[in-house]
Design a protein around this ligand. Structure first.
Ligand code: HAM
Length: 422
C-alpha cells in the first residue's frame, strides 16, 4: 500500500480560490508601502540560531519553546526564522547600510516558523509582512509606521482594528521597574504556577505577556511601567500620542502591553481585530521601537522602529471577499470541431499577446462540456467557433455572468471590442 502524505502539522497549502485574498492583501501592501518610501528586501529563511537567541531574547517563548532549530550537514546550528526583525537587522549591519544612507526604510514579506499550539489564526508556518525603519530616533518615525499600517488596513476595508500603544521605557528606567514588578509578583508567589515562577526568576516583565488565565487578575493590579518612565522616555511617548492625535489616527493606551520579544525600547504597539473569527488570536500585527538591537548585534548605535502584520490573520478577516476578488478571464473560446480548435488556439495566442486573459479547453470535447468549463472559469464572455464562424470570420460574444444580450463581432475586431467592454 502506498503511503499517504499530508502537509506538516500547522503548515497550510494556499490554493485558489482562497489565494485571491492573499494576493489582494499583498498587492495592497506593496502599493501602500511604496507611497511611504519603503523598499522590499528578501533575506534567507534560515539564519544562525545565535542571531535569534540574541535578538528575540533567551527568556521569550519564541526562543525557549518555539524555534525550529537543527544542525545542518556542516554541524552549524541554524533556525527557521521565527520573525523578520532579526534577519533584517543582520542584513542592515552586514551590508553597512549606515555608511550608505542616514535613513533606511525596508519591508519584507514571507513565511515565518514557530512551533506553537495551533488554532484558528495560529500556525507553525505563517506569513508576515514587516516594515523596519532605521536611523531615526524621533517620535515622528514611530507615528509614521503606525499610521502606515492604519492606512493599509483602511485600503483593505478593515475598519474594526484597534491600535493599542504603550511605552516600555529604556535601559535607564526599565531595570528599576522590573525590580518593582518582581517584588510585586514575589509577594503573590503562592498564586503562581511553576512556569510563571520560572518566568519571574528569569524575566519578570514577561509575566505580563503570559497566556495563563489564572494570572490575569494579578496582572491587572500590577505596577504600571508608565509611572516609572524617566523624562526622556516619557517625553518621547507623550509626543508619539500627540502626533497620533494630530494626524487623527485613533489609538488606545494599553499599559499592560509588553510584546513577546525582548528587543523593544520605548514605544510598543499592537493592532487588535474585533472580528470573532480570530478568537483569541486577535492581534493582527505588532511592533515597536528597538534602539539597541543593531548595536547589540555588533553594528553601530542605530535607532530603529518597525512592525509586522500576520497575513494569515488578515486573510481570515477578508475571507468573505474571496468571491469578488477572484480573477476573471476576459474570454473563453469554445470549438465545435477540430478545424475550429486550431483557430481557437491561434486566436487565444494572438489575444493573449494583445494583453487579454483568454482560456480554452485544450481537451476540446463537446460544446456542452466546454461551455461548462467556460462557466467554471468565471470568464466574462464565451465565443463558440464552428464552420460558419470560421467561414464568415465573425461570431457571437456571449456574456457569461451579466444579463446582457450577445453581440456579434468580427474576429479581427475581437481584441478591440473586448478591451472596450472590459
Ligand atoms: P510578533 O508580534 O511576534 O512581532 O508577530 C507579528 C504578527 O505576526 C502577530 O501580530 C500575528 O498577527 C502574526 N503571528 C505571530 N505568530 C503567529 C502564528 N503562529 N500564526 C499566525 N500568525 C502569527 C514580530 O514578529 C516582530 N518582528 C514585529 C516587529 C517588526 N517589531 C519591530 N519590527
Amino acid at each position: 500500500m502506498s503511503q499517504k502524505y499530508a502537509a506538516v502539522k500547522g503548515m497550510n497549502d494556499l490554493l485558489p480560490p482562497d489565494i485571491a485574498v492573499w494576493q489582494h492583501v499583498e498587492r495592497t501592501a506593496r502599493k501602500t508601502l511604496l507611497r511611504y518610501g519603503f523598499h522590499e528586501i528578501r533575506t534567507p529563511i534560515v539564519e544562525d540560531t545565535a542571531l535569534f537567541v540574541r535578538s528575540v531574547g533567551e527568556g521569550t517563548d519564541i526562543v525557549g519553546k518555539e524555534m525550529y532549530t537543527f544542525d545542518d550537514k556542516g554541524g552549524r546550528s541554524i533556525t527557521l526564522r521565527p520573525e523578520g526583525t532579526a534577519s533584517a537587522a543582520r542584513a542592515y549591519i552586514e551590508h553597512a547600510m549606515h555608511q550608505k544612507e542616514a535613513v533606511t526604510r525596508w519591508f519584507y514579506m514571507g513565511p515565518m516558523f514557530r512551533y506553537e499550539r495551533m488554532k484558528t489564526g495560529r500556525y507553525r508556518q505563517f506569513y508576515q509582512l514587516g516594515v523596519e525603519a532605521y536611523g531615526v530616533a524621533e517620535p515622528a518615525q514611530d507615528v509614521e509606521v503606525m499610521e502606515c499600517v492604519m492606512h493599509w488596513l483602511q485600503e483593505l476595508g478593515l475598519k474594526d482594528v484597534k491600535l493599542q500603544v504603550n511605552s516600555l521605557g529604556d535601559e535607564t528606567c526599565r531595570p528599576a521597574f522590573a525590580a518593582r514588578v518582581k517584588e510585586y509578583f514575589e509577594a503573590h508567589r503562592e498564586q503562581l504556577s511553576p512556569d510563571a515562577l520560572e518566568t519571574l526568576s528569569k524575566n519578570p516583565l514577561r509575566l505580563f505577556d503570559s497566556k495563563e488565565e489564572a494570572l490575569k487578575p494579578l496582572i491587572a493590579k500590577a505596577p504600571i511601567l508608565f509611572d516609572s518612565l524617566d523624562d526622556a522616555s516619557r517625553n518621547h511617548f507623550t509626543e508619539v500620542t500627540r502626533q497620533l492625535s494630530m494626524l487623527g489616527v485613533p489609538y488606545e493606551l494599553n499599559p499592560r502591553l509588553v510584546r513577546g520579544l525582548d528587543y523593544y525600547t520605548r514605544t510598543v504597539f499592537e493592532f487588535i481585530a474585533a472580528d470573532p473569527v480570530l478568537g483569541t488570536a486577535s492581534a493582527v500585527g505588532g511592533g515597536g521601537r528597538y534602539d539597541n538591537l543593531i548595536s547589540e548585534l555588533g553594528g553601530p548605535k542605530t535607532p530603529a522602529v518597525g512592525f509586522a502584520m500576520g497575513l494569515d490573520r488578515l486573510a481570515l478577516l477578508l475571507n468573505g471577499r474571496s468571491d469578488a476578488l477572484q480573477h476573471r478571464p476576459d474570454l473563453f473560446l469554445v470549438s465545435v470541431d477540430a478545424a475550429a480548435h486550431d483557430e481557437v488556439m491561434r486566436l487565444a495566442r494572438s489575444l493573449r499577446h494583445q494583453g487579454l486573459a483568454v482560456e480554452f479547453d485544450a481537451r476540446a470535447g463537446s460544446v456542452k462540456s466546454q461551455m461548462k468549463r467556460a462557466d467554471k472559469s468565471r470568464a466574462m464572455y464565451a465565443l463558440v467557433l464552428g464552420e460558419k464562424e470560421l467561414a464568415e470570420q465573425k461570431g457571437n460574444l456571449k456574456p457569461m455572468r451579466e444579463e446582457l444580450p450577445a453581440r456579434e463581432v468580427q474576429l479581427e475586431d475581437l481584441a478591440r471590442v473586448l478591451k472596450g467592454l472590459g
